[in-house]
Design a protein. Sequence first.
Length: 100
Amino acid sequence: VTCTMLMHQKGFETPEMWRMVVVGAAKLLTAGGCLFMFDTGKCGGFGSRDVVAGFARRVGLAIHLHEKREDGVDGGGLYAVVLQKPTSTTVAAFSTAAPA
């Protein structure tokens, strides 16, 4: 599942919209499937790895990547995020991986 620049367009109205995308992806993904997001970090805590990882964990996804890729024009930076629905093998790998 891919979602790019959604908050860049609508985040001023609904800053927590990224959470709705994560919930929807968690329902769609099969074990091992990934959600890729690329968006502004300015809205709803999306720029914080801890916030994204904590929410992802609550809906059954593991964080694989949370990285600022560009400064962006809105002052929030642009972040690449990859979340994955764990399989029995990836659960162990994600639970021991150190944050990037």
